[in-house]
Design a protein around this ligand. Sequence first.
Ligand code: FAD
Length: 405
Amino acid sequence: MELVIIGGGAAGMMAALTAAEWISGHVLLLEQQPRLGRKLLATGNGRCNLSNLTSTPQCYHGANRDFVRPALEGFGVQDTLAYFQGLGLLCRSEPGGRVYPLSDQANSVLDTLRLALEGLGVTVRTECQVTGITKEGAGFLLTTPEGPIPADKVIVTAGGAASPKLGGSKSGYQLLKGLGHRCTKLFPSLVQLRTDPTYPRSLKGVRAEASVTLLRGNGVLAQRQGEVQFTDYGVSGPVIFELSRQAATESDSLTLSLDLLPQLSEEALVDLLAEKQRRFPGLTLDNLLIGMLHNRLGRTVLRYGGRKLTQSVSDLSHRDLVAIVRNCKDFRLPVTGNLGLDHAQVTAGGIRTDEFDPETLESLHCPGLYAAGEVLDIDGDCGGFNLQWAWSSGHLAGLLGSKPR
Ligand SMILES: Cc1cc2nc3c(=O)[nH]c(=O)nc-3n(C[C@H](O)[C@H](O)[C@H](O)COP(=O)(O)OP(=O)(O)OC[C@H]3O[C@@H](n4cnc5c(N)ncnc54)[C@H](O)[C@@H]3O)c2cc1C
């Protein structure tokens, strides 16, 4: 039997490795780029956050998030880590459950996978873009620049449209659409948000621990706590990535409310400022928040509240102190958009999961055709969940795709 896998990213490599162990026949892995796993090398800022110990179906999104359940239950986090360990790749976890290779280098993950593919006799062809798949009797015929390639079974692991510089493309969607599948609307996820730049621009490069609330009007859509990075276009950082999916899929106008001092109550902060005012009455306002916030951030919050920085703190009333604390705890930035699929880490949306069997990842329209990874309408939260989906689904598709019909 000839099994052809289209796309040599995380899901494709895992599918090929799994299939190679079970198949009586041959596995061919086709990759359009000059190297396998280019995106994998960029993950986790080059450290590859390859999984998360807290993975459950609740960490995933799509029209039917339960679609992930059989793949995650069949080959979950511990199975994945044991599998990697069996290949010689040691991993460690950080508080919060993020898993990284012990070497802290994404290339050790990729090299381990590449060596295993070689060891298991998988044929890899790079710079080979599949541009079409047609049904040919009981099998398939793939169109490539090298000529037609026949296959008894095909697994599409061509990824999503996010981050085209690293190989993201709509090609996987087109290939599956050509065989009768449908694609949902696509959105960027895990992406930087554009906001009114008035305040962020002066804060470019500043990082702050904040509790961030995404608001529609005054209604709370989501809330997360973590690091925010200010940029000239708006905001970035892990906590923003976590909120970005919801922000990108909402059409209404949204606002981010940043609590820049989440560890202290409003009353405690007012007391602290009142104490500072009592002890240092000669201070000017531009120094009031020093020691509590990054200096530039403190001054920006005061300007945001319409304060004159040269004013003496001794002139402030109790009401003024309360208002300043409220500005620190509810620093609002209107959301104007996001940086789009070009900069997103993941595509939200994809090929409809109700057209695939979650137990096998085989197409319900086209027997012998499988799909795994980001090409499907599944995306995960920030923190290693997307790669875990790629490993789990790649494993399932490889296992079932390697079986004779
Ligand atoms: C900058 C960045 C950082 C990230 N960091 C993390 C992280 O730390 N943790 C995490 O869990 N997730 C992370 N992600 C997300 C994660 O990388 C993806 O969700 C995951 O790689 C998807 O795996 P995949 O195999 O489905 O797709 P991909 O890894 O995108 O692989 C698809 C492959 O198919 C190839 N291909 C496409 N079309 C064709 C075709 N027609 N013919 C032949 N080949 C084709 C592509 O070139 C590509 O190599 C990050 C993403 C980015 C962009």
